[in-house]
Design a protein around this ligand. Structure first.
Ligand code: G3P
Length: 219
């Protein structure tokens, strides 16, 4: 399973990249706003800065909601760097734009997926990847993991190549469940990736190894 970091914070992206296990980055307009990135020139520069840190797969979301606007903005984003994946919202106009980009070999990430029907349409339009938001489904008392499993089953029935990118991942159990279900990618905050490393038995085990080593070598 690929790991993406879900942030527009350059320091966190660098920290995750330095771990050596990062496969990409997802951003969205809320995450960009959180970092105080405003104005087209600054937004484009920020995406370029992100591309300069990571190896590939930087999802950059269009702001336009109409087809022509999405195409114009998406082309501008795609031209910025080969690592850019144009992120398009799951709407009727968005699906038309995804089909256009797919026909022109530009990678896309169809975002804000909350149902199997939406996932099916995204695959038929040729999205490179699509993002079901599992945490936000959990928030409204629907098991987000059920949707991930359902989409994986449907894609496998027809051999769709669209990758399942589990988004709105809030904790390590989401990540583990995504891996069990066979999600292609999971995107999450740095804190969730960091939590995977931790186990109390690792800490106590290492402490004992070091203590025994010290004792034996001080004789
Ligand atoms: O990847 C989608 C993500 O940014 C949304 O996460 O935690 O705001 O639901 P969250």
């Amino acid at each position: 399973m690929q790991f993406y970091i879900d942030t527009a914070n350059l320091k966190e992206i660098k920290e995750a990249q330095d771990l050596g296990i990062l496969d990409g980055v997802t951003t969205n307009p809320s995450l960009m706003a959180k970092e105080g990135i405003v104005g087209t020139a600054n937004v484009l520069k920020h995406y370029k800065d992100i591309c300069n840190i990571v190896d590939d797969n930087v999802s950059a979301e269009v702001i336009a909601l109409d087809y022509d606007g999405m195409i114009k903005e998406g082309m501008e984003l795609a031209k910025l760097d080969d690592k850019i994946v144009v992120k398009i919202p799951m709407t009727k106009e968005g699906i038309k734009a995804i089909k256009y980009f797919s026909d022109n070999e530009i990678r896309t990430n169809c975002t804000l997926i909350f149902s199997a029907g939406q996932a099916l349409v995204a695959a038929k339009a040729g999205a490179t990847m699509m993002s079901p938001f599992i945490g936000r489904l959990d928030d409204v008392s629907y098991d987000g993991m059920d949707l991930i499993k359902q989409i994986i089953g449907i894609y496998s029935n027809y051999g769709y190549e669209t990758m399942v990118l589990a988004a709105s991942v809030r904790h390590t159990m989401h990540l583990i469940k995504c891996a069990e279900a066979g999600a292609d990618i999971a995107t999450c905050p740095l804190s969730v990736i960091a939590s995977l490393f931790k186990h109390p038995l690792t800490d106590s085990g290492l402490e004992k190894f070091m203590a025994d080593h010290k004792k034996a070598n001080s004789k």
